[in-house]
Design a protein around this ligand. Sequence first.
Ligand SMILES: C[S@@+](CC[C@H](N)C(=O)[O-])C[C@H]1O[C@@H](n2cnc3c(N)ncnc32)[C@H](O)[C@@H]1O
Length: 394
Amino acid sequence: MSFLPISINVENKKLLIVGGGKVALQKIKNILPFTTNITVVAPEINGEINKTDKITIITDFYNKKYMEGMFLVYACSDSPEVNKQVLKDAESSGILCNRTDQSEKSHFHSPGITETEEMLVTINSKRKEVKKMVKLKDEVHTHLKEREELLSQKEKQKGKVYLVGFGPGNPDLITRRGEKLLFQADVIFYDDLLDAQALDRYSAEKIYVGKRRGNHSKEQREINKILFKAAQENKMVVRLKGGDPLIFGRGSEEKFYLEQNGIEVEIVPGISSAVAAAAHGNIPLTHRGISSSVAFGTAHGKNSYQILESDTSVYFMGAKNIRQIAQKYLDNGYPSDFPVALIHNASLDNQKVMKTTINKIIKNDFKIESPVISVFGNTVNYQEILKEKERETK
Ligand SMILES: C[S@@+](CC[C@H](N)C(=O)[O-])C[C@H]1O[C@@H](n2cnc3c(N)ncnc32)[C@H](O)[C@@H]1O
């Protein structure tokens, strides 16, 4: 049987409750916020129901005559026989009935309800899983309260710019604070390193300020000015940045410019793609006995990359220059089988992890698509090293 979820206006409509026990009491409690036009009929009435003024109480056995003029009926009696009769009478009178002891036979159910000042949410369980429904109801309630609280804070944050790290691209990897701010923002400025669809759930205006998609690069100066203008218009501005705003993200440039021009700025850190690539590619950046230092560098721009002075070196923006970097390692005396890992689209469904050596990179001259994180160092092969150590100690 399938039930169509609807909400019914019961103002000025009469509702009948057949039964005077605990079940009836619970029903009355649920119905009272919506209408007081309730009649209860039962030979014995629970003390608490009796105390409820506003409702009509008839101390009598159920009789079909009590159904007259009713809009909805709840069969809540302890006796299945009585409930069965109530449902039958309701059916023949064209009145909708909820039979609480056999809800699948009812004409309607009462959903779980949770409400805040702004919202009323109803939850229906498809399989009568009451415990799950109650748990979900509580979770929804907490979520709604948090959201309303956030929205009420919004006024205080007007005219401010938040530089928020989005993480490596998977929307699950943004921080809680970043997510909260996205919900509150008036305007979100984003660029290439995230899928714009991930922003659909936020009501803010979304403005692309990226550098690909055939658009000419938005100059950093231009972006600074756009952010400044939005803040000056008294908007709550979120500037989303891939990874962490302060790692090759130009976050500090934007912060400096805005603050120089009197705009308040907060930086919300994000998971850098370097850290995400290591985690998702199963490559520790440090490992006791193998690597005790790690450095981040850029491989962008002709000859801008350099050999980093650390056990593990992580290069950003290396898609184009990976061969030249590998060559530089070889020229600087690193062994030809020095390990390299290339992680493309870390954390996303189409992530690719390639483990190779500097020699293979130079010889094969292979191409890798951007975005890629390149890790140079022995931890790329840490599992093999550990296995070898184990063999030696046996
Ligand atoms: C302009 S930098 C931004 C770095 C960012 N602030 C961070 O902390 O990850 C862009 C570079 O980050 C790297 N990157 C960003 N997201 C990535 C991902 N999901 N997988 C691999 N590399 C990524 C690539 O090297 C890309 O060229």
